[in-house]
Design a protein around this ligand. Structure first.
Ligand SMILES: [Zn+2]
Ligand SMILES: [Zn+2]
Length: 486
């Protein structure tokens, strides 16, 4: 790849030097004058043609010859060459991904059968290390808990570093699927597809290892624990210097997405996923006979007032252009009945948004409203806010490049634009400190009955998704390294 790129640049310099020449991709076989531009058989080398040679091409009935007339423009020359160069890389990656597919399925099934909860991924980590060992890929283990950081260093010169991240933890759900590879652990299941993320990242590391003679720079593969549970494995790995030595300039992560047909990916630039704070509210009054409210401080009524007032934090204090949601999913009183007013009401809720300064401001508003409304009615409110993950920002430029590269790898019909999601993800920690792109991997297939959402007992994926899960990661990483080095 980079050999070709070298040739590309050195030949291109002849164009810059003002020689009246033409640039094209052609077969490496010197005797083969006419270029084989069929991407499937392309064996690229750069050949500069003279005008008279081009005329010969034009006169031939070779399909691509007609296009040479538009290659006069240098930017078009560059563009066409870039596409052709990528075509070649793409073909190589697809071949390697296909060769590796059965093994990646084996990785996925093994991880799926032996799921481990957040912060308990010791065996999964051991398994990942054993695969990396068997392919001669260097790594450091026990980063931020059970995290692993593997490095694949290209053999050509290059200082650029790109990071790829896959998470490894499972959920406390009893699997109801009857597949031969269903979970062997009671009450624990890979119901969020982290088995797919980990096995895809393993596959990507192996393919990159096989391609390392052809690129410069480094790919850092981050196998991350504990995505599902606060404080999030991402924050712990960052604290444990996973992003140092070397420091990547960009990071990619992917997540399974059952509503999206297998074979496709989906992405959205800018604000993508929400910060997720947990709210625990206790409203205290003075309970007693429900027929004698004048003698009591009714925490139920205070709670009703607080609930309504809190919604105004969203609608009156929040910038309407910043997505924000406040929901209380649990409300219960200690005691109370038709004729008894309880002394205390407890609520649990979630506050989600996509702007860090507003998030802090909203916390202050909520605390203030809870206190002042309760006080106004003679009661007391205690609001505890458990800070969750920050909001996930997909870097616009990186995401644009990802989309272009994904279209090139998968075809335009297989790359879709997605809307904002108010769910959270600890990949957000990376996105807060460096250009990041978190995209969705299509895993659903209604024809095979694979439609269950994530976090359900019947969740599964069409394993064909692993081809895209490995291939798009490798292609994106190499395109980024190529861009940074050129
Ligand atoms: Zn999840
Ligand atoms: Zn997940």
């Amino acid at each position: 790849m980079l050999n070709d790129r070298h040739r590309f640049w050195s030949n291109l310099s002849r164009v810059f030097s003002g020689q009246k020449t033409w640039v094209s991709y052609a077969s490496e076989d010197a005797n083969d004058f006419f270029p084989k531009l069929n991407p499937g058989v392309l064996s690229p080398a750069i050949i500069l043609y003279r005008e008279d040679e081009i005329q010969a091409l034009r006169d031939s009935d070779y399909y691509y010859a007609r296009d040479y007339s538009v290659w006069k423009d240098l930017s078009l020359v560059l563009n066409n060459l870039k596409i052709l160069e990528n075509m070649n890389v793409k073909t190589k990656i697809k071949d390697l991904v296909n060769d590796l597919f059965d093994q990646v399925v084996t990785f996925r099934r093994h991880i799926h059968q032996w799921p481990e909860l957040s912060f308990e991924e010791s065996e999964t980590a051991r398994y990942v290390c054993s695969i990396l060992d068997s392919f001669g890929i260097g790594y450091a283990a026990n980063i931020g808990g059970h995290g692993i950081v593997a490095l694949i260093q290209g053999e050509l010169p290059g200082e650029s570093v790109v990071a790829l991240r896959g998470d490894m933890d499972a959920l406390p759900i009893q699997e109801e699927n009857t597949t031969p590879y269903r979970s062997k652990k009671e009450g624990i299941m890979h119901a969020c597809g982290h088995d797919v993320h980990t096995s895809s990242l393993l596959g990507a590391a192996i393919v990159l290892q096989q391609l390392k003679a052809g690129f410069g720079g480094t790919v850092k593969c981050i196998f991350q624990p504990a995505e599902e549970k606060l404080p999030g494995g991402a924050s712990l790995m960052i604290k444990d210097k996973a992003l140092e030595n070397p420091t990547p300039s960009v990071i990619f992560g992917q997540h399974v997405h059952p509503p999206l047909q297998v074979g496709k990916v989906g992405v959205k630039g800018g604000m993508y996923m929400a910060s997720t704070d947990e709210l625990y509210l206790t409203v205290k009054g003075r309970g007693g006979h429900a027929a004698l409210p004048q003698d009591l401080i009714d925490p139920v009524m205070i709670t009703a007032n607080i609930l309504v007032a809190l919604q105004q934090v969203v609608s009156r204090h929040g910038d309407p252009t910043i997505p924000t949601v406040l929901s209380f999913g649990k409300i219960h009183s200690t005691g109370g009945s038709t004729n008894v007013i309880p002394g205390e009401v407890k609520l649990e809720g979630t506050f989600r948004t996509m702007d860090e300064p507003w998030r802090k401001k909203a916390h202050d508003h909520m605390l203030q409203i809870c206190n002042s409304v309760a006080e106004a009615h003679g009661g007391r409110a205690e609001l505890t806010i458990m800070h969750g993950y920050p909001y996930l920002l997909n870097d616009d430029q990186l995401t644009d490049r990802f989309r272009i590269n994904a279209i090139e790898y998968l075809g335009a019909e297989n790359v879709v634009d997605l809307p904002i999601r108010m769910t959270g993800e600890d990949f957000a920690y990376y996105s807060q400190i460096m250009p990041a792109c978190f995209y969705r991997l299509g895993t659903g297939n209604p024809e095979k009955g694979i439609t269950s959402p994530i976090h359900t007992a019947t969740f599964d994926v069409d394993e064909e998704c692993l081809k895209v899960g490995v291939g798009v990661m490798v292609f994106s990483a190499l395109c980024e390294l190529g861009r940074m080095s050129s």
